[in-house]
Structure formats: C-alpha cells, structure tokens
Ligand binder design. Structure first.
Ligand SMILES: Nc1ncnc2c1ncn2[C@@H]1O[C@H](COP(=O)(O)OP(=O)(O)OP(=O)(O)O)[C@@H](O)[C@H]1O
Length: 123
C-alpha cells in the first residue's frame, strides 16, 4: 500500500520534471515561443507601469498562458508531423495549418484583451 502510494508520488514528481524540461526546451529552442515570451515580459512591465487592476492582471495572465500553451501544442504537432512524414504531403500541410490556426485564435483574443486594457490608459 505504502509502496503504491510512494510510487504514485514519485511518478507525479517525475511527470513534473519532464513537463518543466519540455517548457524549458520550448523557451530555449523555439523562436515563436521566444517572441511570445518577449511580448509577455513587455506587457507585464507595461502592466506595472500603468498600474492595471487585479481583474486586468488576471485577464492578461490568462491571455499569456493561453497563447504560450497553444503555441507549445502547435510546436508539438509540427514536431510529430515532421517525425512521421518529413517529406512534403498536402495532409501534413493541412494539419500544420490547422494547428497554427488554433494559435491565431488565441493570439487574436489576447490582442483584443490587450487593446481593451491599454487603449483607455494610453489615450
Ligand atoms: N511536410 C509538409 N508538407 C506540406 N506542407 C508543409 C510541410 N511542412 C510545412 N508545410 C507548410 O508550411 C507551413 C509552415 O510549416 P513549418 O513547419 O515551417 O512551421 P513554422 O512556420 O516553422 O511554424 P512555427 O513558426 O510555429 O514554428 C505549414 O503551416 C504548412 O502549410
């Protein structure tokens, strides 16, 4: 019983380690994630400079998390597609386009939230 509980906890710790390794790989190696991390840092600085409210911080953080998460999944889809079919194939192109489309939804919503928060404060 204790062993089962121990191995459950050890497996969860290992899963966290793999997940953080994956997050670090995304930040270190993926240009699109790097660009989005820079945007995230800039809007975070802007948030402090313009003293946004708690609700605005929550919406901004959710937007940052949403874009980074979906961009990460898009990168994973691209990697799987390149691994299973490195050559040109229309279906692979469609799969990558759809995954990129998901990022576009998240990025558009994040941009709209950013405009709603900052336009009244800047103009
Ligand atoms: N093997 C392929 N077969 C057909 N079309 C492809 C293939 N690889 C890429 N494409 C097309 O090129 C586009 C860009 O694919 P690519 O793998 O270069 O992503 P990317 O532009 O590097 O994305 P990101 O900037 O998010 O990393 C795809 O959306 C797809 O339309």
């Amino acid at each position: 019983m204790n062993n089962a509980k121990d191995s459950f906890i050890i497996n969860r710790i290992k899963a966290f380690r793999y997940a953080f390794k994956g997050a670090w790989l995304l930040i270190k190696k993926e240009p699109s994630i790097k660009v989005q991390m820079v945007c995230a840092v800039l809007v975070t600085i802007l948030g402090f400079v313009l003293d946004i409210s708690t609700t605005e911080w929550i919406l901004q953080l959710l937007s940052i998390g949403l874009v980074l998460s979906i961009e990460g999944l898009n990168t994973a889809v691209e990697k799987v597609a390149d691994f299973i079919h490195p050559e040109y194939h229309k279906k692979i192109g469609d799969i990558k386009d759809v995954a990129a489309g998901a990022v576009t939804f998240a990025a558009l919503i994040a941009a709209i939230i950013g405009l709603i928060i900052y336009i009244p404060k800047l103009f």
